[in-house]
Design a protein around this ligand. Structure first.
Ligand SMILES: [Cu+2]
Length: 85
């Protein structure tokens, strides 16, 4: 399982790679004080989730076609990318 650390300055790493055609789970591990980053939004990924702060948050990602998918915080300030190959 891949992990993305959500800190008050954004996502780390900013880009991850997933294999196409397979469901997967990503752990959005949040630090404290992440503000609007507790909301993760992506129309293309079908994600609209509220993360718990200072915690692991396991989000299921549906099987995807190859391509590039963006997600963002609740205010669209911080962005991350999932590249599907
Ligand atoms: Cu934000």
């Amino acid at each position: 399982m891949q992990e993305i650390v959500v800190s008050p300055t954004g996502y780390s790493p900013k880009e991850i790679v997933l294999e196409s055609g397979k469901q997967s789970t990503i752990n959005f591990r949040t630090e404290e004080g992440t503000g609007c980053l507790t909301t993760v939004l992506s129309d293309k990924l079908g994600i609209n989730s509220v993360l718990k702060e200072g915690s692991n948050n396991y989000l299921n990602i549906k099987a995807l076609e190859p391509g590039t998918y963006e997600y963002a915080c609740g205010m669209n300030m911080y962005k991350g990318t999932i590249t599907v190959k």
